[in-house]
Design a protein around this ligand. Structure first.
Ligand code: HXC
Length: 254
């Protein structure tokens, strides 16, 4: 496996930027890219130095979806044997998608698996699988309606039409739209999150994600436990002391 399809950059303290790097194919997600993401993210999850990750693509495309040429001629059994990208959805630390250009099919679904999505003004989001006779396979029929609502999601998955960055912002699929290139803004947000207490950030992420699939009563109990557990960290002492002493907190991750 070549490491070049996924570049690993260190743009700020405790921040890792993963850059999908197949610009000649608009970053289509072939087996090599999926495998690289699947093996890199668990390593970053286990590294206490890493507190926040940015997933980015190249200038023209975040990712144009599954590699259609790779899938041509595949049987249902071949597809069943294929590895799916579980790495993003199960990553325990905050992960930000920086979407420049196309986020289509699996690319849109990768963005949906991230925690925060920033986009540039030329970004285009879409689930064009139906145009190929395909059903989305990485959350397009499930995560997308939970984020943008049923009718916006149905519009995207049934027509295959792309939506602009501004429309994605209006739908809640994107948090911020940046003119030009959004990588710097994603890194800035990641650095801001990386300066927070990392164990607390993980507890918050878990409460939001797990709670979304629970009844409200159980979800609120999960939140209460996470709130209480955070009090066991040294970082809570530091955060409270820093407030009282009117200084910047220095969170050590303990
Ligand atoms: C393989 C792709 C590709 C893809 C683009 N390319 N998308 N190759 N798989 N998904 C290649 C093109 O073949 C071309 O290679 C080069 O990238 C540049 O693309 P162009 O089409 O020439 O660029 P442009 O005219 O600007 O059009 C951009 C585009 C179009 C609108 C994004 O490329 C497009 O519609 N792509 C397919 C998008 C798509 O349907 N994605 C969903 C895939 S299904 P050459 O060699 O000809 O120069 C999916 C299922 C997910 O994602 C399942 C779960 C993982």
């Amino acid at each position: 496996m070549s490491a070049n399809v996924l570049l690993v950059e260190h743009p700020a303290p405790h921040v890792v930027l993963l850059r999908i790097n197949r610009p000649e194919a608009l970053n289509a997600l072939n087996a090599e890219v999926r495998e690289a993401i699947n093996t890199t993210l668990p390593r970053l999850d286990a590294d206490p130095e890493v507190r926040c990750v940015v997933l980015a693509g190249s200038e023209k495309s975040f990712a144009a979806g599954a590699d259609i040429k790779e899938r041509a001629g595949m049987s249902a059994v071949d597809v069943m044997k294929m590895s799916t990208t579980r790495g993003i959805a199960v990553f325990s630390k905050p992960i930000i998608a920086a979407v420049n250009g196309f986020a289509l099919g699996g690319g849109c679904e990768y963005a949906l698996q991230c925690d925060i999505v920033v986009a540039n003004d030329r970004a285009r989001f879409g689930q064009p699988e139906i145009k190929l006779g395909l059903v989305p396979g990485a959350g397009g029929t499930q995560r997308l309606p939970r984020v943008v609502g049923k009718h916006n999601a149905m519009y995207m998955v049934l027509t295959g039409n792309m939506v602009s960055a501004q429309d994605a912002l209006r739908m809640g699929l994107v948090c911020e739209v940046v003119e030009g290139n959004c990588d710097a803004r994603a890194i800035e947000l990641a650095a801001q999150i990386a300066a927070m207490a990392p164990l607390t950030a993980r507890l918050i992420k878990e409460a939001v994600n797990s709670g979304a699939d629970m009844a409200l009563d159980a979800a609120l109990r999960l939140e209460t436990r996470a709130h209480q557990l955070a009090f066991a960290t040294e970082d809570v002492r530091e955060g409270i002391a820093a407030f009282i002493e009117k200084r910047q907190a220095r969170f050590g991750g303990n």
